[in-house]
Design a protein around this ligand. Structure first.
Ligand code: KG4
Ligand code: ZN
Length: 343
């Protein structure tokens, strides 16, 4: 292990300044500074606020990660950074910082795809990825099904949301129910006291023959249901609404993920992104994968949400695969396609 390269990973695609340090697939530090508190009162991430927060948090967070790992700048062998997709201004801060560190330390730079990094991170917990595997990434900004023959080189999009991301739906429904932002964890908690079968909410695109998702109809159905209850003077039982909404989301997600496995003859499913922290999604996925004979991998919640370790993990794979490093001219690309694993 000692001779594997030490990789510093920098993630700034949204509101988390994430710094990770890995050696091979061994996690040495995963430090996060979040600007979420500054966005909460707006009910969503404000890009300009996130960018400014990254600029202020960058150096202290890198130093905190080095100190957590008991390492010095001189130990770093490579720098990896999220080059996209994400918020343009936020990405720029991370990419500029990564270029500076790489240049100052005289080490190679790897600009990586945020979504592929969400897949690669699982190796820090569960070892090398099976080749191929199917990955389902569900977060506030993305909901995608991917076929992953090789996370360092080859990732294929099988489907994605045609409107809201799964996490976005959680956040919007939480708002309707008067729960704080970000709503996912609050809905998860409220749902434990309610019944997922209390209200039959629609399951968008469930049997449409594609591997795409749609959550905006569901979000609207929940809002209409709550409005109608309130208009008729009846009480809204928040736990039942939360549980029934959550059940509709995780039912579709798990069914489509297993359809993808079946269609491509793949026996390994990985679930990542912030929504993978959802307790009902984890439980239902486990149950359905077991019944289908599919092996399931879900990183622990701290590795599912945006973090720097995921970027370092993918960087480490790129170094190991002998991929040519990025130049100091790489751009930040807010809509970087998943087919571009590194830039
Ligand atoms: O991956 P992430 O940290 O950031 C990006 O959006 O890229 O994901 C954040 C999203 C938010 O929408 C949040 O509400 C959702 O993940 N989330 C959850 C849970 N924890 C976080 N959704 C459902 N259940 C949870 N336990
Ligand atoms: Zn993410």
């Amino acid at each position: 292990m000692a001779d594997e390269p030490l990789v510093l990973g920098i993630e700034t695609s949204c509101d988390e300044t994430g710094i990770g340090i890995v050696r091979g697939h061994t996690l040495l530090a995963n430090t996060i500074a979040s600007s979420m508190d500054e966005h909460a009162r707006f009910g969503g991430v404000v890009p300009e606020v996130a960018s400014r927060a990254h600029l202020e948090a960058m150096t202290p967070t890198v130093e905190a990660a080095l100190s957590e790992a008991g390492l010095a700048f001189s130990d770093i062998d490579a720098v990896a950074v999220t080059a996209g997709p994400g918020l343009a201004g936020a990405l720029l801060v991370g990419v500029a910082a990564a270029k500076s560190y790489a240049l100052g330390l005289g080490v190679p730079l790897y600009g990586v795809n945020h979504l592929a990094a969400h897949v690669a991170v699982d190796q820090l917990e569960h070892g090398p990825l099976p080749k191929p595997c199917v990955a389902m990434l569900v977060s506030g900004g993305h909901s995608s099904l991917l076929l992953v023959p090789d996370v360092a080189e080859d990732v294929i999009s099988l489907g994605s949301t045609v409107d809201d991301a799964a996490g976005e739906a959680f956040d919007k429904v939480a708002r309707v129910l008067g729960l704080p932002f970000p709503g996912g964890p609050h809905i998860d908690r409220a749902a434990r006291e309610g019944s997922g079968e209390a209200i039959a909410f629609p399951r968008g695109k469930l049997d449409d023959g594609t591997l795409d998702f749609s959550f905006s109809g569901l979000k609207t159905a929940v809002a209409r249901w709550v409005e109608a209850r309130e208009a008729s003077g009846q009480a809204v039982h928040v736990p039942d609404v939360a549980a029934s909404f959550q059940e509709a989301v995780v039912d579709v997600l798990t069914r489509k993920a297993l359809q993808a496995c079946r269609k491509y003859g793949v026996d390994d499913l990985l679930i990542g992104g912030g929504v993978a922290a959802n307790s009902r999604l984890r439980a239902l996925a486990r149950e359905r994968c077991e019944a289908a004979g599919v092996r399931l991998r879900v990183p622990r919640p701290g590795l599912c949400t945006d973090n720097g370790a995921m970027v370092a993990a993918l960087g480490s794979d790129l170094v190991a695969a002998g991929v040519t490093p990025s130049t100091l001219e790489i751009p930040a690309d807010s809509s970087l396609p998943i087919t571009t694993v590194h830039v």
